[in-house]
Design a protein around this ligand. Sequence first.
Ligand SMILES: O=C(O)CCC(=O)C(=O)O
Length: 264
Amino acid sequence: MMEMDLANLKAAVERDGFVLVKSLFSKAEIDRIKERFEQIWSEGVPGYFSRDEQGVVNSCERYPRIIHPHRFDELSRNYLLDPRIAAVVGAVLDDEPIAAQTMYYWKPPGTPGQAPHQDNLYLQANDALGCMAAWIAIDPCDEENGCLICVPGSHKLELQCPGEADHTKSFTGHHVATPDGYTEVPMVMEPGDCLFFLGTTIHGSGPNTTQDRSRRSFICHYIGARSTESASFYNPLIRMSGEEFENAASQMGSPCGVAFEGPH
Ligand SMILES: O=C(O)CCC(=O)C(=O)O
């Protein structure tokens, strides 16, 4: 396993709310994830994922994000429980990491982004540090194809009350404005890079304005075992050893970022 200075990574997250680990995954691993999702998309997975093209009016609907692929796909589950991710999340949270969610985003050219938000509004992990994400770049990402943006220092704020997003720019309806005195920073990444960020860090992405470059990503979310409650949508939670983990189901929370209804 690649050597990581976990104390430094933890210090960066404490300072900024996020940290980028370059080349955490190899090119071969990223190619395999990409191939597997092409297969899931083209063949479907009965009972879990189907590409229903009826009524599809744009490429955002043609390529819907896939939520919780670890529940039907072994490769996704293996990456959710990957020891490299476990090492960073465990060190940052100073707790046993518990896996909660996977998502795959395609974000083809011309599709909207996801307006800035804070994940713990949705995961509702009730430990002081809340939840944490590991966001893995599958394609090179930059501002043109809608890379992630983060707001350094925003993790020290409370969860902000979201306003309404601009549906021409975002496929989800919540928008947390960048607070006065804070600035958005683009997370320019290469395939295999992994961005770790806290559930209170304001983050999101703009539209993919390119003609020909998708911005695919595989995303995992975790809580710490000290969280005695989290949103029921994420149950069953999984220990990194693969066993189920139980805590109380919060009455609040939902999938990470609720999509607008209808075409956008
Ligand atoms: O990839 C994106 O555009 C947004 C992802 C996100 O907000 C998340 O992983 O919580």
